[in-house]
Design a protein around this ligand. Sequence first.
Ligand SMILES: [Zn+2]
Length: 101
Amino acid sequence: MIPHGPHDYLKLGDQNAICDVCGFKYKLSELKKRWDNLLVCDFDFETRHPMDFQRIPRPETTPSGGNVQPTDVFTTVTYADLGQEDDIPAGTFNPSGQSPL
Ligand SMILES: [Zn+2]
């Protein structure tokens, strides 16, 4: 048998409901809908925190110079002929410590 509480009485046009936070039984007309769509009693009712509505300032989406693609820069590389299949660039790698050119 379900135990009876203080809210188990007949009120025409009303019904029993459970608070979504504390779980106690109330009449449906005593509960309120909170900002997160929960039906809660007066003790558990709270307003939404103002910081939830805070907007983060965003920088301008387009930088002031436009969207200019830089031109490609090509360089020439001289290769040292070491007599092997894979030659290495002479300007960036020198196994003897001296310039091969
Ligand atoms: Zn409650």
